[in-house]
Design a protein around this ligand. Structure first.
Ligand code: ADP
Ligand code: ZN
Length: 214
């Protein structure tokens, strides 16, 4: 099963994609994480990606589609994948459709995370991840069982994204509303759009997703 999680930054897409990966083997394709890994590698593409991301811009569509196409050709994605953070514009959605059609892959479901924008600043400014395995946590909403120790890998180092500051959240939300929200009717017209209550707690959101996916 191949799905997309769609919602504003901080709505819980990454959190749920990680759960789907652990429970169902669906590969999480977080384009933000993929890009940040490319930047960290220091390659030519990484340097270009860094300049674009530092300016708060999106990477060119063909670059993003190329990165995703390469990743979904790998054998682990045959079990299915969850796109988290892509597409962000209708043009990207159309490009993704074309690329998947070429590979004879089907997009089964798009899940919209419905959230109150007022909740997102607190979610984004409190989030952090394990430096070892990338597991996501939150200062208030998702603490490791043992403080300071990753539940998944036992790691003790954690990191925060530099763009996860309260000051930048509004600009990211505005961009979501202008450019990404218009994708919703695109998928609704295809009959594959479903929604979950992103304001519910993490386990409840997951139950809603599992119910949709069957
Ligand atoms: P996105 O991938 O949509 O940007 P994340 O999954 O990173 O969002 O979630 C943002 C932060 O909010 C994370 O720290 C996460 O632990 C926390 N979070 C995710 N889902 C919920 C939820 N349903 N209730 C409370 N906090 C949540
Ligand atoms: Zn870890």
């Amino acid at each position: 099963m191949n799905i997309i999680l769609l919602g504003p930054p901080g709505s819980g897409k990454g959190t749920q994609a990680q759960k789907l990966q652990r429970d169902r083997g669906m590969v999480q394709l977080s384009t933000g994480d993929m890009l940040r890994a490319t930047v960290a590698s220091g390659s030519a593409l990484g340097q270009r990606a860094k300049a674009v991301m530092d300016a708060g811009e999106y990477m060119p569509d063909d670059v993003m589609i190329g990165i995703i196409a390469e990743r979904i050709a790998q054998p682990d994605c045959a079990k299915g994948f969850t796109l988290d953070g892509f597409p962000r514009t209708v043009v990207q959605a159309e490009g993704l459709d074309r690329m998947m059609a070429q590979k004879s892959l089907t997009l089964d479901t798009v899940i919209e995370f419905k959230v109150d924008e007022s909740a997102l600043v607190e979610r984004i400014s409190g989030r952090y991840t394990c430096a070892g395995c990338g597991a996501g946590y939150h200062d208030k909403f998702q603490c490791p069982a043992k403080p300071g120790i990753c539940d998944i890998c036992g790691g003790t180092e954690f990191k925060r994204r530099t763009d996860d500051r309260a000051e930048t959240v509004q600009a990211r939300l505005d961009k979501y509303n202008e450019q990404t929200a218009p994708i919703l009717p695109y998928y609704a017209a295809k009959g594959i759009l479903r929604a979950v209550d992103g304001m519910a707690d993490i386990d409840e959101v997951y139950r809603q997703i599992v119910k949709i996916l069957g």
